[in-house]
Write a protein that binds this ligand. Structure first.
Ligand code: NAP
Length: 464
């Protein structure tokens, strides 16, 4: 038998998840010299691109242009896409071992983290994940309802996802209707009665997790003012020392923008965005089974033994009346059948992208990249180097012969198996039909695309 990775015996890789880290796995594998590789990518949705489609905000179209590079990878004859095929439902690890030498998991972090405060499960309290997926037209979230008749909305957390959520709530229909926001969201937001959007950061301006372009955008709304309390924009001594020592340009720019907002006069626009620092929610107060208010406590910032600046609650409390709260305090990965999972990190247990068991030993054949490997951090491009690291280890293992030994490594037999388990799979050519239909409808409405939000509609177009 010829060596694996040659034209007589191509390296066969299954990639589970079609977001950025899945596609960067493909481009990295294609870059390997003298490697003949066949890659089958699976996604439980009929549409590819993961968070580029269902996470990146609709008013950030530029960030979505990375899909052009993914399309180029997909055009390689060694690549196939199987959408609408779910790992753990239609295909299992034992199946993959029969047809592939290596399996890469790039499934992201679909769950949200909790706040751990009383009232978190009440009606009116949601994860940012749900809202983001809803306005982006993710089929699993298309039917969600958010009470936009509320005048006050609170977003807990101060990362870029919180910024996205607050921006969508603050923008006007005119600002949103030129994007690819889901039609159901545009309709609901056009009826919005929201007047005040509060973003709550538990630490100070120098510890905010958002990036400079995102905070800058908050000062540019057509119909919303940004408010920051001057006292909360002041940098404490510890933070100042850290800023001086680190000279981190992002932190310096964030602080500059925050302080400029704190000094800015209010223009009296119909909506008000309030960005608060050094406050933590302590309770969601109930009335008639739903959230009626959020209780918060003001924090001091103290240095712990490890030199980290931590929020410490004072006895100063406030109450914000609100019936709509979004927690946006980070994501968590979902455990996958037959794949080792690190519960405390919420990631696949791995070293550099090689899956490892409880004793730290490599689990041969299993790899990971992206958020499910390293946790939910970084921008889209971060996944490129992340996938590159894992692919490097996959190549080392290929050289060392540390691979699955598939009984039936032919591409045709894998196709037969997939067809037998999920006859309704969506190929890349099928996805292109969905894509073209969405873009064509978008062109009619002067929008980048109009998203289909029901799997049945997508399958109808794919089969047309
Ligand atoms: P994130 O950047 O990790 O921010 C999470 C925020 O939640 C932090 O401010 C954190 O504060 C706060 N937090 C955590 N636990 C909390 C608690 N119990 N109570 C109050 N606050 C709490 O996460 P993310 O916003 O979900 O974003 C995930 C990744 O996607 C990030 O790397 C982000 O940059 C990226 N992303 C990028 C874009 C973009 O480029 N435009 C858009 C969306 C997302 P502490 O710092 O005090 O822990």
């Amino acid at each position: 038998m010829s060596a694996v990775g040659t034209s007589e015996n191509p390296l066969r890789v299954a990639i589970i998840g079609s977001g950025p880290s899945g596609f960067y796995t493909v481009s990295n594998l294609l870059k390997q010299s003298d490697l003949v590789v066949e890659m089958d990518m699976f996604d439980r949705l009929p549409t590819p691109y993961g968070l580029v489609r269902a996470g990146v905000a609709p008013d950030h179209q530029k960030d979505k242009s990375v899909t052009r590079a993914y399309e180029k990878s997909a055009a390689n004859p060694g690549f196939r896409f199987f959408g609408n095929v779910e790992y753990g439902t239609h295909i299992h690890l034992d199946d993959l071992k029969q047809h592939y030498h290596q399996v890469m998991f790039t499934t992201g972090s679909p769950f949200d983290r909790n706040l751990g405060v009383t009232g978190e499960d009440l009606a009116g309290s949601h994860s940012a994940t749900e809202f983001v997926a809803w306005y982006n037209g993710h089929p699993d979230f298309a039917d969600r309802q958010f009470d936009l008749s509320q005048e006050n909305v609170v977003v807990v957390g101060i990362g870029n996802v919180a910024m996205d959520v607050a921006r969508i709530l603050c923008k006007t229909v005119d600002e949103l209707k030129v994007t690819d926001i889901a039609d159901h969201a545009l309709e609901a937001l056009s009826q919005s009665k929201v007047k005040n959007v509060y973003i709550l950061g538990r630490r100070g301006p120098a510890q905010a997790a958002f990036t400079p372009p995102e905070i800058k955008e908050m000062g540019e709304f057509a119909e919303a003012d940004v408010n920051i309390l001057p006292g909360e924009a002041v940098i404490d001594e510890h933070s100042q020392n850290q800023m001086d020592a680190d000279n981190d340009k992002n932190v310096l720019k964030n602080v500059e923008t925050i302080q400029s907002y704190a000094a800015r006069p209010n223009a009296g626009k119909p909506r008000q965005l309030h960005i608060r620092f050094l406050v933590s929610p302590t309770e969601l107060i109930e009335e008639a089974g739903a959230v009626s208010a959020l209780k918060l406590v003001q924090n001091d910032l103290l240095m712990d033994d490890r030199g980290q600046l931590k929020p410490v609650a004072t006895d100063r409390e406030e109450v914000i009346p609100t019936g709509l709260v979004f927690r946006s305090v980070g994501y968590r990965g979902q455990p996958l059948p037959d794949v080792p999972f690190n519960e405390s990190w919420g990631t696949i247990a791995n070293e550099g992208g090689r899956a490892v068991d409880a004793s730290g030993q490599q689990v041969v054949g299993l790899y990971t990249a992206g958020w499910i490997k390293r946790g939910p951090s970084g921008v889209i491009g971060t996944n490129k180097t992340c996938a590159q690291e894992t692919v490097g280890l996959m190549m080392e293992d290929l050289q060392a012969g540390r691979l699955f030994e598939p009984a039936d490594p032919g591409a045709d037999s894998a196709l037969e198996l997939i067809r037998s388990r999920q006859p309704d799979f969506v190929s890349f050519a099928d996805w292109k039909k969905i894509d073209e239909a969405e873009v064509a409808e978008g062109a009619r409405q002067s929008r980048p695309r109009v998203k289909m939000t029901q799997v049945t509609d997508m399958l109808d177009v794919a089969r047309s």
